[in-house]
Design a binder for this molecule. Structure first.
Ligand SMILES: *[C@@H]1O[C@H](CO)[C@@H](O)[C@H](O)[C@H]1NC(C)=O
Ligand SMILES: *[C@@H]1O[C@H](CO)[C@@H](O)[C@H](O)[C@H]1NC(C)=O
Ligand SMILES: *[C@@H]1O[C@H](CO)[C@@H](O)[C@H](O)[C@H]1NC(C)=O
Ligand SMILES: *[C@@H]1O[C@H](CO)[C@@H](O)[C@H](O)[C@H]1NC(C)=O
Ligand SMILES: *[C@@H]1O[C@H](CO)[C@@H](O)[C@H](O)[C@H]1NC(C)=O
Ligand SMILES: *[C@@H]1O[C@H](CO)[C@@H](O)[C@H](O)[C@H]1NC(C)=O
Ligand SMILES: *[C@@H]1O[C@H](CO)[C@@H](O)[C@H](O)[C@H]1NC(C)=O
Ligand SMILES: *[C@@H]1O[C@H](CO)[C@@H](O)[C@H](O)[C@H]1NC(C)=O
Ligand SMILES: *[C@@H]1O[C@H](CO)[C@@H](O)[C@H](O)[C@H]1NC(C)=O
Ligand SMILES: *[C@@H]1O[C@H](CO)[C@@H](O)[C@H](O)[C@H]1NC(C)=O
Ligand SMILES: *[C@@H]1O[C@H](CO)[C@@H](O)[C@H](O)[C@H]1NC(C)=O
Ligand SMILES: *[C@@H]1O[C@H](CO)[C@@H](O)[C@H](O)[C@H]1NC(C)=O
Ligand SMILES: [Cu+2]
Length: 568
């Protein structure tokens, strides 16, 4: 008779055998990660401050997995702040409990608590990222997610296999504590301070450094090789231009969906977005600047400092002068348009673009800023933001819990399908001044049936000022079928929609004084946040959620919550 000890022994051998099998076969795997959220002193721009980090790192660790893998991340909160982590762009099929936005799909992980995020990367491959989804903690709590294609595919990528790959994480740095920055802004009612520098993989670069200590990132390359750069914009409040001096970039993927390859010398990337490019090292030797600088085409202050890094060819003399990059001016709308207008889904046999053609919910949402009375604020008013004139109010427990456990009084499902009043959304200032800038507060959601289709036109308003808003939808990718300047005109503009190969992504910029049209199929039951990915606009209330009902089929319901789901 086998003893307990030998049974354990046999079981370990079996487990080991299964693991080895998984490595060499195309079977999906379980990937375990541990995120210890801890304070860490960091020095940049010649000053030191404590920041919130994952495992003491800024940026945080990269999660590597393959398509269809199950990812388990144990997050342990050792800091004084409430916390939650979002896996940006992961579809979370039926696993909304692991999506992460605080008070939308979970209560926060409180100091001293832990929570295991459990999700599967079903049918997704490419670059995504993770970040804190509460307060302004994502300023320093963020990192890359690299989803490699399944093993055993004849050709791993639908483009020539690069010799090497690098994650390029663009972000911002503040000399002050970012929680103090947003608290100060809410108290004054005005816009918050801008950052003090931009960063590339946590480095500000030699041009901005206050001393020779801050040399910045060096990317070593070999002449003739091709590199895949997985570029992520993790900044709180700024869209960025990115370029590499003396090199063109071939765009092959955005937001973990393949695109038709195209060449460009500059990419534009909004907070929340990812862009994969191929860089061919087609010089014999040399040093070339990699640089990121802001894109802002509205009269709004930005941090206009350029972050830099160096592309360094093997065998280049140390004395070689770095070739500089000329970045577009901050207000270069044309450069931004040229880039975004070139994006197309790959739409191949292996990776088809399944654009909904029959629409069940036809929505028009205005996005913009407004004001609310505030007796203690500098102007007697405070800036707020809204969608269809609703400034979203965060609930006290998560919307997903309220839905699953049928708790009444947390939200109402009467989010307006259209703006409550029609006006010239992008009209002249004198016209817009006649529009009441006050908004309505509410925790309202828009409810749709399982597998129904949604067309959503996002329309910028100029009530306070027209501005570019990068809108992010959780739980789905969408197709960007149209884009324009001025007011959306359904009679004229719908005919021009691209329903063949529009780009598929999870975050799209509504152009300053314009609109974009997106389409998605609501085949993921749960509660899905949609918000501006400029953190200040999210804070001010530019957010709402879609509630997607369960379907009747066997695999069409939200799974029950995990037992360790944090409580409020
Ligand atoms: C950061 O540095 C300060 C001053 O030296 C020190 O008191 C503090 O303990 C340090 N914090 C961390 C998290 O290392
Ligand atoms: C993760 O969730 C799946 C259901 O989606 C469940 O089968 C599995 O047991 C969970 N894993 C852990 C470690 O909780
Ligand atoms: C914001 O900037 C102003 C002006 O430079 C400065 O006085 C203030 O201290 C800054 N606020 C924070 C929180 O750093
Ligand atoms: C980039 O591509 C353009 C057009 O394809 C070409 O004219 C230019 O010479 C290329 N630049 C570099 C640095 O390769
Ligand atoms: C950057 O902004 C500062 C302050 O707004 C301004 O003084 C400076 O001229 C700007 N620099 C560039 C290169 O635009
Ligand atoms: C961009 O800003 C510069 C300097 O403020 C200005 O001269 C130029 O006209 C602006 N360009 C556009 C396209 O608005
Ligand atoms: C608030 O006051 C500041 C400074 O007086 C002014 O520049 C700004 O335009 C005002 N903002 C609003 C929203 O009224
Ligand atoms: C809206 O305002 C713009 C800019 O002033 C103007 O060109 C346009 O004609 C207006 N549209 C309508 C319908 O009034
Ligand atoms: C928004 O709602 C407020 C409060 O009900 C109202 O006064 C205002 O006119 C509305 N604005 C628009 C543009 O619908
Ligand atoms: C959703 O609807 C489409 C179109 O009617 C259909 O092809 C598809 O099978 C449906 N999916 C599910 C999961 O029911
Ligand atoms: C439901 O999901 C399970 C597990 O993934 C799968 O084995 C089964 O075939 C699915 N059933 C249907 C009807 O899709
Ligand atoms: C942290 O979250 C809990 C649960 O929602 C809440 O009761 C508490 O007030 C929060 N703490 C802080 C400091 O906001
Ligand atoms: Cu915005």
């Amino acid at each position: 008779m086998a003893t307990a000890a030998t049974m354990v022994g046999i079981r370990s051998i079996v487990v080991l055998a299964i693991c080895l099998l998984s490595l060499s076969s195309t079977e999906a795997m379980v990937r375990h990660y541990k995120f210890n959220v801890v304070m860490k002193n960091a020095t940049k721009l010649c000053s030191t401050k404590p920041i919130v980090t994952v495992n003491g790192k800024f940026p945080g660790p990269t999660i590597y997995a393959r398509e269809d893998d199950n990812v388990l991340v144990k997050v342990v909160n050792h800091v004084k702040y409430n916390l939650s982590i979002h896996w940006h762009g992961v579809k979370q099929l039926r696993t909304g409990w692991a999506d992460g936005p605080a008070y939308i799909t979970q209560c926060p992980i409180q100091p001293g608590q832990a929570y295991i995020y459990n999700f599967t990367l079903t049918g997704q491959r490419g670059t995504l990222w993770w970040h804190a989804h509460i307060l302004w903690l994502r300023a320093t709590v963020h990192g890359a997610i690299v989803i490699l294609p399944k093993l055993g595919l004849g050709v791993p990528y639908p483009f020539p296999k690069p010799n090497r790959e690098h994650v390029i994480l663009l972000s911002e740095w503040w000399k002050s504590d970012t929680e103090a920055v947003i608290n100060e802004a809410l108290k004054s009612g005005l816009a918050p301070n801008v950052s003090d520098a931009h960063t590339i993989n946590g480095h500000v670069g030699p041009i901005q450094g206050c001393s020779s200590k801050e040399e910045g990132l060096t990317l070593k390359v070999k002449a003739g090789n091709t590199y895949l750069l997985r570029i992520i914009n993790a900044a709180l409040n700024e869209e960025l231009f990115f370029k590499v001096a003396g090199h063109n970039l071939t765009v092959v993927e955005v937001d973990a969906t393949y695109t038709k390859p195209f060449n460009t010398n500059t990419i534009v990337i909004a907070p929340g977005q990812t862009t994969n490019v191929l860089l061919k090292a087609n010089h014999k030797a040399g040093k070339f600047l990699l640089a990121a600088s802001p894109f802002m085409d509205a009269p709004i202050p930005v941090d206009n400092r350029t972050a830099t890094a160096t592309l360094h060819y093997q065998g280049t003399l140390a004395s070689t002068v770095t070739t500089s990059a000329s970045l577009p001016p901050t207000n270069a709308t044309a450069v931004s348009n040229a880039f975004t207008d070139s994006l197309r889904s790959l739409n191949s046999k292996e990776y088809p673009a399944r654009i909904p053609l029959k629409i069940d919910h036809n929505l028009l949402f205005t996005v913009g800023l407004g004001i609310e009375p505030c007796a203690t604020c500098l102007n007697g008013t405070r800036l707020v933001a809204d969608i269809n004139n609703v400034t979203f109010v965060m609930p006290k427990i998560s919307l997903l819990q309220a839905k699953f456990f049928n708790i009444k009084g947390v939200y109402t499902d009467d989010f307006p399908a259209n703006p409550p009043t029609l006006f010239n959304f992008t009209g002249s200032q004198s016209q817009l001044l006649k529009t009441n800038p006050m908004t309505k507060k509410g925790t309202r959601v828009y409810r749709v049936g399982y597998n129904s289709t949604v067309q959503l036109v996002l329309q910028d308003t100029g009530i306070i000022t027209p501005e570019n808003h990068p809108i992010h939808l959780h739980g789905f990718n969408f197709f960007v079928v149209g884009k324009g300047i001025g007011n959306f005109n359904p009679n004229k503009d719908t005919n021009k929609f691209n329903v063949v190969d529009p780009v598929e992504r999870n975050t799209v910029s509504v152009p300053t004084g314009g609109w974009v049209a997106i389409r998605f199929r609501a085949d993921n039951p749960g509660v899905w946040f949609m918000h501006c990915h400029l953190e200040i606009h999210t804070t001010w209330g530019l957010k709402m959620a879609f509630v997607v009902d369960n379907g009747n089929g066997p695999n069409q319901s939200l799974l029950p919550p995990p037992t360790d789901l944090p409580k409020c």
